[in-house]
Design a protein. Structure first.
Length: 369
């Protein structure tokens, strides 16, 4: 039996690895263990609870105000103990976090095979997103098996010299998680009830998120001023689950606090958040995961970044890059609010990130390796 260790630490990683954990658990020819670094402690735990996953190893590495270098060093040291204890044949990591790159490096040092879930995404700008772009490239150089969500991601890897026999196009596991999650949301939860009380049927709901480091400062102020102007419209409501980072909190509450058509709330767990996305008319975000999820919900997305490693969605027309310029955000948002033809053109296309079978495809491939 093949021994597989799945390692993740952030909320997005947990969401995207959860359906893979569930799929692997169906097969008796694998011995699997789950290790979490807890790079996001509270948000990670919420996802684990929703998907009913109990980690075999919990490294609990999150510390207040630790630097990326401190976190990276602690990940390598802590995961090495797990690798010695379990002795996996294969380590599966996800995406572009410090957890993925440092765990991959530690596994490489132990001569353990590495599988990279959501491989091949690129902006080729090492500062956007920072530090994720370089984390992803490091993991890609170390991985033995690359599970690319799209053909474009696979081509990025092939162009970088990765052997074609180690690259597999599977779709993105985030769609697996979303489709399972929507069916299992508990709409009687108190936080969902409170949001329902705010939402008015005769208004168009805009759901907003924003947390990228590269947008902090003047860019983020500009972004919030655009939201404030949108909220003046009588046909619009905004709900913004505000990231806990102080660079986000201060600007958002100073700019949008007290606005009558704006509901500022604490970050939602995954279950409540996907329910909220489903209620939206329009989404404005800098989140990577939302760019992937929204097309399956038939919701248009304006992305407040200058570049995105998810170009497939841009080409399909399901998302549009608008940056953080106030005028550009307002122009594109107003177009979608007022022009049904423009709106329909963004929601009528298929999701380029798959049909919800990525986890099964990955497991089928693992059984042949």
């Amino acid at each position: 039996m093949k021994k597989i260790l799945l390692v993740f630490g952030t909320r997005p990683e947990a969401i995207k690895m959860a359906p893979l954990v569930k799929e692997l658990s169906k097969h008796t020819d694998f011995v699997i263990k789950v290790c979490v670094t807890a790079q996001h402690r509270e948000m990670l735990d919420q996802v684990l609870t929703f998907f009913n996953i109990i980690p075999d190893y919990d490294l609990d590495l999150m510390k207040p105000n630790q630097t990326l270098n401190q976190l990276s060093a602690r990940i390598i040291t802590a995961i090495d103990v797990v690798l010695i204890d379990f002795k996996p044949d294969l380590v599966l990591v996800h995406g572009d976090t410090s957890t993925s790159s440092m765990v991959a490096l530690a596994a490489f040092h132990r001569n353990i095979k590495i599988g990279h879930i959501e491989a091949g995404l690129r902006t080729y700008n090492k500062l956007a997103p920072f530090p994720e772009e370089i984390n992803r490239q490091i993991t890609g150089r170390l991985a033995d098996f690359h599970f690319a969500p799209t053909q474009q991601a696979a081509e990025n890897l092939l162009n970088e010299g990765v052997h074609s026999k180690s690259v597999f196009v599977t779709g993105n596991t985030v769609i697996d998680a979303l489709l399972w999650g929507i069916k299992n949301v508990n709409i009687l939860r108190n936080d969902i009830k409170k949001i329902k009380d705010f939402i008015l049927e005769n208004k168009k709901l805009i759901v907003v998120t924003g947390h990228r480091r590269e947008n902090f400062g003047d860019k983020f102020i500009e972004f919030c001023l655009a939201l404030k102007e949108l909220a003046y419209r009588t046909d619009v409501q905004l709900i913004y689950p505000v990231h806990l980072n102080p660079n986000v909190q201060k600007v958002v509450y100073d700019t949008l606090g007290g606005e009558p058509n704006v509901l500022l709330i604490k970050p939602l767990d995954y279950e409540a958040f996907i329910w909220l996305l489903e209620q939206s008319y329009l989404i404005i975000t800098d989140s990577g995961g939302v760019q992937e999820e929204a097309p399956s919900l038939k919701k248009p997305v304006l992305v407040t970044r200058e570049v995105t490693e998810r170009q497939e969605a841009v080409r399909e027309g399901t998302v549009k890059l608008v940056g953080t310029n106030k005028a550009e955000i307002l122009k594109e948002a107003i177009l979608l609010l007022d022009d049904q033809k423009a709106y329909q053109s963004m929601i009528g296309n298929e999701n380029p990130y798959g049909d919800g079978t990525a986890s099964k495809q990955i497991v089928d491939i693992l059984r042949t390796l």
